[in-house]
Design a protein around this ligand. Sequence first.
Ligand code: M6R
Length: 606
Amino acid sequence: MCGIVGYVGSKKAQPILIKGLFNLEYRGYDSAGLSTIENDDIEIIKTKGRVNSLKEKSENKNLNGTIGIAHTRWATHGKPSDVNSHPHLDNSNTFSVVHNGIIENYTELKEMLNSKGYNFSSQTDTEVIPNLIHYYYSKGNDFIHAVSLASKDLKGSYALSILCKNEPDKIIATRKDSPLVIGEGQSEFFISSDTPAYLNETKNFYFLDDNDIAVITKNNIDFYNNNLDKISKNIKTIDWSQDSVQKNGYEDFMLKEIYEQPNSIRETISSTLTQDKVEIEGLKLSKEYLKTINRIYIVACGTAMHAGLAVKKLFENLCKIQTEVDLASEFRYRDPLIDEKTLCLYISQSGETADTIAALKLAKQKNSKTIAISNVIGSSITREADYSIYTHAGPEIAVASTKAYTAQVTLLSILAIYFAEVLEIENPQIKSLKQDILELPSKVTEVLKVNDEVKELSKELYDKKDIFFIGRGIDYPASLEGSLKLKEISYIHSDAYASGELKHGPIALIENNTPLISIITDKKLVEKSISNVQEVITRGATSIIITNQKLVENNFHKIIHIPETNNYISPVLSVIPLQLLAYHVSKLKGLDVDKPRNLAKSVTVE
Ligand code: M6R
């Protein structure tokens, strides 16, 4: 949600800032802007629209500054417009600020600053920040003291990069509840919301913690805590390649990421599971501890929550521990029953989702152990949790999550096996489940062969008003995920229902030719599922089936066959035709697949 970047070194900052913004555009794309320091003055260029517009506008200016900050916006306060774009300046044009997050007390701060003679031209919460810094600066504090005092007044979340025209050799960066990393090069530093912005420049990053303040010049970086005591920070090496953040010949990141799934699942498995052994780096839970656990909560948002739903049954059946799956945004407000006998798992691809992080903090306060399942090493959630384990999906750039979901379901399934083994639960199914997990990469490769068939089908569906999905048992969470994929990138209204629930209300929505996509992968539930499909066919629905079963009836409009696997992990396979369907429908409608309207990749506000 908003991407911020910064550069300080010997090269021209403008192209480096623009490149970083292009790489972060998945975080927001309403408007963009940048600031450099030229001849001891702050230059600022900003515009409504995408980074490309900023690139054109800033190239005409021939900026030579070797220090700068920039921003790509996902609007919260104030509609997308030139004036609401970042960077924001204080009234005296001394400080330029880019911000990711929300300042919850901006109205009070604005009133206070108004009373001291400050004026505001935008509708943003951000504009109070440079003015607040200036307010403290005007009282005789230097740049860093002014930033420190101002940040103590801010309530809410922020990642900030700040320029001061009177100290033109440095950027000050700080954060609270919004991500910020600093990459180190040869006598140059790269600031960004996320590592993919500058993976082509460096693999070595510092990860700021809440309330850290970094003072960055061309040849030096110093870190301070809240009280401005100097602190030291370790640098981390990120092993993602630059290729992983390029389209590499694919038209869109989403399609590339769909096709990367055999590999992302293989990498996730190979870091945790061999034929007879589960070992998860960073996780050491004892039998004594797991025996005390009487409830597991799996908490996440969107697709990550669907991954949680997909493994609930596995945790319950294999580990014999009651398992609840919750939306992070609801979890913390419903006073969940958490104590030291509860184990809380938090799934987040980005590791930066504000709702999920807040829900994790709540569990910690209530003495529950917490495990983060993330795709991003060093992300905020992994620094909050007691334990962190990682999917190895590589960077996911498209806003619609695909390879992260299948890697999450795979890793969580391995985690359930790990718990069962630590608990020494004898279950003959475990051996064959491990084998089936090991075979997933080749089966995913097999499923991807349905692409042409799905592309044809998309021609029949792209102009529909509503498309429904149904599934029973494990197929219900998979249908929720298929429906989410379709609606977020095709803008077609879609809902998913448990198959048996249709007749309790939603069947009223079925009209002649309403497409209904059913997932059927559980042998034991085939007959019941088919009966539900027949009920809607009778009412005029066009029935499309995704299945790994041999079906005897033949009055379906279309059947897409996928390989059979252990039912616990079938969502890893059944979701793939649905990812492809969403992709092709979106393409046929001429939409921006990777950057759907109103969305952003990391939702860092609650
Ligand atoms: O980074 P996270 O896994 O925490 O993100 C959670 C959701 O915001 C995310 O899955 C979202 O629903 C995607 N757009 C779905 O494709």
